[in-house]
Write a protein that binds this ligand. Structure first.
Ligand code: FES
Length: 273
């Protein structure tokens, strides 16, 4: 892994401010955490700053540190640790992240990197002439079964050939990135086998059980998904009256108080005299 440092001062903006909408979002996000635990919002806030400006600037790091009551160095540590944070300007229309880990490499990632070098810039993290495109090599993005692949912003483009990647880069450069359908770029459904199912197929002669009537089948598919695990409101998360480990120390201390000795059930109980 390369050393991750902040960009040169020459490209760093003097100030950073969240847009009105993002500032409201940041405020609500901070409130999700209990009092005294606001620092937990550091990653979401850094990511929102990156989505707003394209990369994480020094001014953004300092602004977020101030918002969360953290030392600048603590936020800098987070921003430089996670490679998802871009520490220098990237292409305004596309920053192409080419997976170079083993499965993708075995399936042609080197050819994808050659395309990036040819169409964007000879070196990673270098902007093209118009400042619209950049690229980098990244580690596994979790789509190995559809290798080779690239990620652009939040979308993955899989089962790529060099020719298809060239087309995709051209579309992003032309401002038509949203026209490209993410996922496999060949005739494959998600990560199912190429050419259709090869397993879990019903034998050709197998017939449906007689009792599975059509009406029952329709009823089965019409059942809506359960909301059992979904909170109906976030009020609990932001309710300041709810106790947290920090505010309920006395109650917690009571719970851990050991009263009497532990009984060893493997020994016979003593008879009362
Ligand atoms: S190795 Fe490329 S996505 Fe996993």
């Amino acid at each position: 892994m390369s050393v991750r440092r902040l960009a040169e001062d020459t490209v760093q903006p003097a100030t950073f401010a969240f847009s009105k909408e993002n500032a409201a979002w940041a405020e609500a996000t901070i409130k999700k955490y209990p009092e005294g635990r606001e620092q937990s919002a550091v990653i979401p806030l850094l990511m929102r700053a990156q989505e707003q400006d394209g990369w994480v600037t020094r001014a953004a790091i300092e602004k977020i540190a101030d918002m969360l009551g953290m030392a600048y160095i603590r936020v800098l540590e987070v921003a430089t640790f996670y490679t998802q944070f871009q520490l220098q300007p990237v292409g305004t229309r596309a920053h192409v992240q080419v997976c170079g880990t083993t499965p993708c490499m075995l399936r042609g990632a080197e050819d994808l990197i050659k395309v990036c070098k040819k169409k964007i810039a000879g070196d990673p993290f270098t902007l093209n002439e118009g400042g619209t495109l950049s690229w980098e090599e990244v580690e596994c993005q979790g789509a190995c079964v559809n290798a080779p692949m690239v990620m652009i912003f939040k979308d993955t483009f899989e089962d790529l050939t060099p020719e298809r990647l060239e087309e995709i880069i051209d579309l992003f450069e032309a401002g038509k990135g949203t026209d490209v359908v993410p996922g496999p770029q060949i005739d494959r459904i998600y990560s199912a086998p190429i050419g259709g199912l090869t397993t879990l197929q019903a034998p050709a002669e197998e017939k449906k059980p007689a009792r599975a009537s059509k009406a029952k089948e329709e009823q089965a598919v019409s059942v809506p998904p359960s909301n059992a695990a979904k909170p109906s409101t976030v009020a609990d998360i932001t309710n300041p009256t709810l106790k947290t480990p920090a505010t309920a120390k006395k109650a917690a201390a009571k719970n851990v108080k050991v009263e009497g000795e532990t009984v060893d059930k493997s020994k016979p109980a003593k008879k009362p005299r």
